[in-house]
Design a protein around this ligand. Structure first.
Ligand code: ADP
Ligand code: MG
Length: 728
């Protein structure tokens, strides 16, 4: 495609780059400088107010209005000193992205004089019109009221943009009737449910922890392409993925991109984005090239789940903004390019205590090991019993391209433990003394529990849910997801398994068993009943699919069916007994996702039609015109060359055939759309888009990608894979 379309050149972006990392101060000098965190509060709030707010944050006690006023006033002073003119309640509706409505600090005093004001009431609650956010039937436009309410457990921050600075206050978003309209509320509820269930278990061990929380470190994969290419691809702009594109002769087969040296333009972008994120207190730690060309990854130091969720939203937001400053587009879609790896978000997840312990760390002493084994086995049980909830947690039209494709975990949910832990659990189940070679194993079943080393796990990159030393890595989450939703569901199912564990142990304790015997008996039973979900082999293989079917593990390949996991009877009962989601809220979430799915495929279908008719067929026609004129001319000048001309003319007939194939295939999509659009019921509609509309994209793409290999480069209207994936 013509080079004129390209974004800024390297030198352009470097010259215009205001915040080149090279002269920057030490990160620790400015880390969190735009966050209204604990230290700032301590500095700016009266002592009593500070103490009260800390109680609110850490103990969930109610906030009194005087304190709210004091916090608001301190926040305003602080934010204005940093150049903020506006504030907003920053929330996470079920669109997957964040939402914000800015209000100026300006108010009018007597005599029309402008003053800056910000009250406790404005800090604590706002009433944005909820009618234009997806609610899955939770409210209709005539009951449009929704409230955002301050979530003091995630700190407020200042978003700096070239146009100005805004104080952002993390909030939950609920309807007039108290139902959650966001992903944050269920997350907070799940954190509380897990806290309670885990503390109950810790009670057996007389641990001094008073709080347990889920810890999360989300590895973020993404693509970067030149903005000029991005803007030349309506499919990337509207759908997030390319609907067409012949494979580049060079893709990822040389395996030369993963961990390769980072191109300077990309490096400059990364350091710039990191700098913005550091100011916001996001502890980005790792950056590297990923497997596919122009694919990258960053990962933060793990944090408490609520803050980690907000921070991951900021990572995506800041990267998009900073990329634009560098003439680049950051792509978070799960599968922007066919034929090369897609992007995921690996959620590293564990349980931490306020005393600094990691409950999934195997520990050194037998007592700690038993505690560890309870949390480990409860998690395995949770994944086994509730695999459909986890499958629903990762369902989206983008992730459908990834789950089960060759580089991503399959749609079958399984747990990888590693050889050592598998052996520990097998021993536990049998209750026998097993002696290994290196290191030596002593059975759990008799009277001792073996030491379990931390770095015990081998790596299995194919597992959707892998134990990695002292945490689980939930690898099947899509790269564009708001991680709050999958974490909430994961927290919920583990909390529920822990509650059950406590009940079962307590039952045995009533029979005068010792705690250890009771716990081991329960764990033995759980492992036996759940071990079908444990798999150590290659999750990408066809054998695993067959084996998983034998083990009765579910294998739901597409989103509309996967979402059933949210509303099965047992799922609804689980959510409601933990107070994480009411039945109405769970159903509304399924509904929203189904609608979103149908709409996304609908947009893709309409764009396929448009691109074929307005880009590809005209390109083919231009070539047909040019080529047929050439052939006619040659025949006139060289009348003896009939055979040679016939061979060349073959190309023309192939172009003609492929253009016709594309047009015919598009007609099929149009017909399928007419039927799909008529369907009212959300699940039926999504199913129609999934199984009747989407498969029809394939023959169109085949024809268009075939044309791409025949039509001259100079006439091809859109950037090609080999350009988008390699030039940067
Ligand atoms: P890997 O070898 O998988 O890259 P890392 O140690 O680099 O492992 O960790 C990857 C991610 O896991 C990082 O974001 C890291 O902060 C996070 N992580 C480490 N420990 C924990 C934990 N206890 N809980 C949650 N996340 C964690
Ligand atoms: Mg990784």
């Amino acid at each position: 495609m013509p080079a004129a379309r390209l974004g800024k050149s390297d030198s352009d972006t470097q010259n215009s780059d205001r915040s080149h990392g090279r002269t920057a101060a030490k990160v620790s000098d400015y880390f969190g400088c735009n966050v209204f965190g604990q230290e700032t509060m301590k500095l700016l709030l009266p002592k009593d107010t500070y103490k009260h707010v800390q109680e609110v944050i850490h103990r969930g006690t109610p906030l009194d209005l005087d304190a709210a006023n004091a916090v608001a006033s301190a926040m305003k002073t602080w934010a204005m000193s940093k150049g903020a003119t506006h504030y907003c309640h920053w929330f996470q509706p079920m669109t997957g992205v964040t939402a914000e409505k800015h209000d100026s600090f300006i108010d009018l005093a007597e005599g029309g004089k402008a003053i800056e004001a910000f009250t406790g009431k404005q800090l604590v609650q706002q009433e944005p019109d909820a009618s234009s956010f997806p609610s899955g039937g939770l409210r209709t436009t005539f009951e449009a009221r929704g409230y955002t309410a301050w979530d003091p457990t995630s700190p407020a921050f200042i978003l700096e943009t070239p146009g100005g600075s805004t104080l952002c206050i993390p909030t939950v978003f609920i309807s007039y009737t108290g139902e959650s309209l966001d992903t944050k509320t269920p997350l907070l509820r799940s954190i509380e449910a897990l806290n309670k269930a885990a503390l109950d278990i810790l009670g057996y061990f007389k641990a001094d922890a008073t709080k347990v929380f889920s810890t999360v470190g989300a590895e973020q994969e993404y693509f970067l392409i030149d903005e000029g290419y991005y803007e030349g691809r309506p499919d990337l702009m509207l759908c997030g993925r390319t609907l067409f594109g012949a494979p580049s002769p060079k893709g990822q087969q040389l395996e030369d991109h993963y961990f390769g040296s980072i191109r300077e333009r990309v490096f400059t972008f990364m350091t710039d984005a990191e700098k913005e994120l550091y100011k916001l207190g996001v502890p980005i730690k790792t950056r590297h090239n990923e497997v596919a060309p122009n694919q990258f990854e960053c990962a933060p130091v793990f944090e408490e789940a609520n803050v980690a969720t907000d921070h991951n939203q900021l990572v995506m937001d800041i990267m998009r903004r900073v990329a634009a400053r560098h003439g680049l587009a950051a792509l978070f879609y799960e599968k922007p390019f066919a034929g090369v790896n897609g992007s995921g978000k690996h959620i590293n997840w564990s349980l931490g205590t306020d005393t600094g312990k990691n409950l999934l760390s195997p520990g050194k002493t037998p007592q700690e090991n038993l505690q560890f084994l309870i949390f480990l086995v409860a998690t395995i049980k949770a994944v086994h019993d509730r695999s459909r909830i986890l499958r629903a947690a990762i369902a989206s039209s983008g992730n459908d391209h990834r789950l089960g494709a060759n580089e991503a975990p399959p749609a079958i949910i399984s747990v990888f433990l590693g050889a050592q832990l598998t052996r520990v659990l097998e021993d536990l189940e049998k209750g026998v003394t097993t002696k290994g070679t290196e290191p030596e194993w002593i059975s759990i079943g008799i009277d001792k529990i073996p030491p379990i080393l931390k770095d015990n796990t081998d790596r299995n990159r194919t597992s959707p849910f892998a134990f990695t030393g002292n945490k689980f890595e939930f690898r099947a989450v899509g790269s564009s997801f708001n991680i709050g939703a999958p974490i909430a569901l994961l927290n919920a199912i583990v909390a529920d398994a822990l509650v059950q564990t406590k009940k079962d142990i307590d039952k045995l304790l009533k029979t005068k068993k010792t705690f250890k015997d009771a716990a081991l008996e329960v764990l033995r039973r759980y492992y036996k009943d759940s071990k079908a979900v444990c798999f150590e082999g290659n999750n990408y293989s066809a054998q695993w699919e067959a084996e998983a079917a034998k083990r009765n593990l579910s294998n739901v390949k597409t989103t509309p069916e996967a979402l059933d996991g949210l509303v099965r009877k047992d799922s609804l009962a689980l959510f409601s007994r933990l107070g994480v989601l009411s039945e109405t809220e769970a159903r509304s979430r399924q509904h929203i996702q189904l609608e979103k799915y149908a709409k996304q495929i609908d947009i893709e279908a309409k764009l396929v039609i448009e691109m074929v008719m307005t880009h590809y067929v005209p390109a083919a026609a231009a070539y047909q015109k040019e080529f047929s004129a050439t052939l006619r001319g040659v025949a006139e000048v060289l009348p003896g060359q009939t055979d040679a001309l016939k061979i060349q003319g073959e190309i023309l007939s192939r172009v003609t055939g492929l253009a016709a194939q594309a047009i015919t295939a598009v007609e099929e999509i149009k017909k399928a759309l007419v039927s799909a659009e008529k369907i009212e019921e959300a699940r039926e509609k999504a199913l129609a888009y999934c199984h009747k509309v989407r498969p029809l994209f394939d023959p169109v793409r085949e024809a268009v990608d075939g044309l791409e290999g025949l039509v001259p480069d100079s006439l091809w209207p859109l950037p090609k894979y080999r350009e988008m994936l390699f030039r940067i």
